[in-house]
Design a protein around this ligand. Sequence first.
Ligand code: SF4
Ligand code: SF4
Length: 392
Amino acid sequence: MADETVLTPDLGFIKSLKGAGAETMKKCYQCATCSVICPLSPDDNPFPRKEMIMAQWGLKDDLANNPDIWLCHNCNDCSKYCPRGAGPGDVLSALRKIAIQENAFPKGLGKILGEPKMIWLALLIPAIIFMIAMKIKTGYFFQIPEGEVVFSKFFPISLVDTIFVPIALLVTISFVVSIGRFWKSLNKNPYKLMASGTILSGLIATIKEIVSHSKFDKCDANKDRVWAHRLVLFGFVGLFITTNWAVFNLYGLNWESPYPLNDPDAVAIFGSEAAAGLYRGVFKLTGNASAAILLIGSIMMFANRVKDKGFSSVSSSFDWTLAIMVFAVCVTGILSEVLRLANAASLAYPMYFAHLIVVFYIIAYLPFSKLAHMVYRTTAITYAKMANRDVV
Ligand code: SF4
Ligand code: SF4
């Protein structure tokens, strides 16, 4: 007699999956059209058909261990051709959201921040922290300084360091623990994809793929997502470089924003005002170009989300929050600079304050937000490459 396999559906998991955007999953009748259509699915054990039945049956552990949900790039070709409107692309997207919440450290925080209604609290927390810090440092909760607009007069650089350096460290620790958990679970996946290659070779191949967006280029239904995603990624990378460059300017060159050309220290370092001006110009161009690229990418992201694709595709609050925050960080950053140049103090300082809140939101909640998918996807694709699973 054949061995019996007892499946234990997790009803709570099914409920939370539906709440995360997979309401349509019960419509699936296992025709496998989605697995045939998917341009990224391997021939062996293709996705997303099998994930659809695992989701319907509430097999939480098997899905949590499954690297395939991260090989999907959410192009929604499968949703376009699904004869039942079961939205397999959205189901995989919901599964990724839950995987981020389940692996997040601290786990409870992941669940709380995943709630759309918590966004206001998540924004209020940095506002309160900043005001208390300003009160301690300057004696005022919020005061517009006199004279030329210089942001460090309003929110001293020492406060930026005191708040953001520990936050960056905590985020790093959170990611190390979360990704450690995730890697452990990948090693228990039901398809026994035991990794055989080296992590480094898998990681290098994955980074090349991410930079070129070669997988995205295979999409059909949502092809225009490629450029939005590419621009957002490049914009973030550019701003990351600019931020570290600014830290070098401040602590390496002892030259503080807004970088006056007649600063004797700068002239001593660069030899002349002209050379200092050239250096400053390249630095500013990098920062402004990165912000512009990110802004265009975020507008395209918005447009793609609202565009009628002619098939069932759900954008969850998780996706919308990312699009809104990326857009907000660009707009507040660009307006802060424009208002500073216009010396409109009463508008420039509040705008800069709003910018700091959004920057805090993006950095501090990174391990719990949609942006965390960058780290999870990179990890899962690396694992899949090591296991010869990601062969498309
Ligand atoms: S999700 Fe749609 S296309 Fe895929 S197996 Fe189910 S019914 Fe078929
Ligand atoms: S959304 Fe795209 S990549 Fe993901 S399973 Fe469907 S067709 Fe494949």
